[in-house]
Design a protein around this ligand. Structure first.
Ligand code: AKG
Ligand code: FE2
Length: 465
């Protein structure tokens, strides 16, 4: 690189092997084009073939190390890989997480609640009654109430919770567990809201997501366990290195007794979020406040980091459900999502086993473009209650942008801004260490997740599924 006045000259390698001088701007353009071409030349985006349920294949994911990949379902395309991590690797990841502060897990809805004051709606209770009375028999039964509360409230309520509420608020004086319109309109809506809030706060049992979590930087790290893990993920998925390296950090989650995560989707669908850019692109448009974002998680790879004595399964309520339609889903109501009470009703229930990985594709491949397409609605899943013991998992979400062009722009940006800076920091740390000076870290480590508007999502407009 030679600097001549203000114009920077670079040597750029051309496809035919020739080199030529280029102005900085056009060099950057060429560089971007090269990343884009790499994607375009390797379409469609790789997706492991499920073949059939129960199919097993052996893959060499590290030199001389073979792993069994077993197909659990075709819709979603879901696999399990026993012993993907060794016991020591699991323990190491837990230890890294414990060294950081674990905070209560959140969902996108929680975040939105922070941003917006709840709207004061002047609701006509009689209209509401009619809306909730699904079978139009003139009474609200407990099921109708359970269904209506949904997750919008940020909590899950069982039939017993509702009966408790009737008692506490004296909502059902005749005690028949049915509310007629007179009983319903006489209740103050804000009292109900407060009661539900209090119950949600009480122990977490009613929370959509009841766990603690932290994030571990996976790229540009000098942690050999995480580096080996990343290489295995590249080999397992067959996805471009950049896609894996520029994805979210590893999310480590800890569930105590009773901990769970009700059924949800890990990604968000472009159909329901028109004009929303993939969250990772927030980097590039960060000064545009008007931009709305959605999560674009092409894949989920989930690692079980310990054995759970009882409970804590990962459940997929509608996997491979041939009769699944919008109607059946609606008819199933809240029960489908409530994994505290309906875990075992799910079509697929995966037992947590130390070192095992489960992996699925949250999106299908678009046949026309060969790139990431619509979200696969069959990926609905969650973590069932831990009954005995504790549960540690790690979520490895693989992010893909909407188009190869956007992915390439993102890769380039990450490499320039984030990875380089982080690598530099690591280098400095190493130098300091070797000079036997105390290492001082004055800035927090760069966090690729800063690019994401919300870290987790939960059921989103399930009515529209
Ligand atoms: O804990 C589990 O088994 C599932 C966790 C999960 O789905 C998530 O964290 O997004
Ligand atoms: Fe999930």
């Amino acid at each position: 690189i030679s600097v001549e006045g203000a114009s920077v000259q670079n040597v750029q390698k051309e496809e035919d092997g020739q080199t030529r001088q280029c102005e900085q701007e056009s060099c950057e353009q060429l560089e971007l084009q090269a990343i884009e071409n790499e994607y375009l030349d390797n379409l469609p985006l790789k997706q492991l073939d499920g073949i059939k349920i129960g199919h097993e294949r052996k893959l060499e994911l590290a030199p001389g190390q073979f792993y069994t990949v077993r197909t659990l379902s075709l819709r979603p395309l879901l696999f399990e890989i026993p012993n993907f991590l060794t016991d020591e690797e699991c323990e190491h990841i837990i230890q890294l997480a414990e060294e950081k502060e674990l905070t209560n897990s959140t969902t996108l809805e929680d975040m939105e609640e922070y941003d917006e004051e709840p709207e004061e709606v002047d609701m006509n209770m009689e209209d509401l009654f009619e809306g909730l009375d699904e079978n139009k028999d003139g009474f609200l039964d407990v099921d109708e109430i359970v269904n209506s509360l949904e997750v919008a409230h940020g909590g899950f309520f069982s039939e017993n919770d509702i009966k408790d509420m009737y008692k506490d608020l004296n909502m059902d004086p005749d005690g028949d567990d049915l509310l007629n319109v007179g009983e319903f309109v006489s209740v103050n809506e804000s009292l109900i809201r407060d009661w539900l809030d209090e119950r949600t706060e009480r122990g977490g049992a009613n929370k959509v997501r009841h766990s603690k979590q932290t994030w571990l930087q996976q790229s540009s790290t000098n942690d050999s366990v995480l580096n080996i893990l990343r290489e295995k993920v590249i080999n397992l998925t067959g996805l471009p290195k950049n896609v894996i390296e520029n994805s979210e950090q590893l999310q480590v989650v800890y569930y105590e007794l009773g901990g769970h995560y009700h059924a949800h989707y890990d990604s968000e669908d472009v159909i329901k979020h028109e004009n929303a850019t993939c969250g990772q692109m927030a980097f590039n448009f960060s000064d545009n406040d008007e931009m709305t974002y959605r999560l674009c998680r092409f894949m989920t790879i989930l690692y079980y980091l310990n054995d759970v004595e009882e409970g804590g399964e990962t459940a997929f309520p509608i996997a491979d459900n041939e009769t699944f339609t919008t109607e059946t889903l609606r008819a199933a109501g809240n029960k489908l999502y409530d994994l505290s009470n309906h875990c075992k009703d799910s079509n697929i229930v995966v037992k947590p086993e130390k070192g095992k990985a489960v992996m699925w594709y949250n999106h299908i491949i678009d046949e026309e473009t060969g790139w990431m397409g619509d979200m696969d609605n069959f990926t609905l899943h969650g973590g069932c209650d831990v009954h005995t013991g504790r549960k540690w998992i790690a979520n490895n979400w693989i992010n893909v942008a909407d188009t190869p062009q956007e992915q390439a722009a993102f890769d380039k940006y990450i490499v320039e801004v984030f990875r380089n800076e982080t690598a530099q920091k690591l280098e400095e740390e190493k130098k300091k260490k070797s000079a036997d000076e105390p290492v001082s870290i004055d800035a927090p480590p760069l966090n690729i997740n800063d690019a994401f508007p919300g870290k987790d999502i939960q059921i989103d407009n399930k009515e529209e599924l």
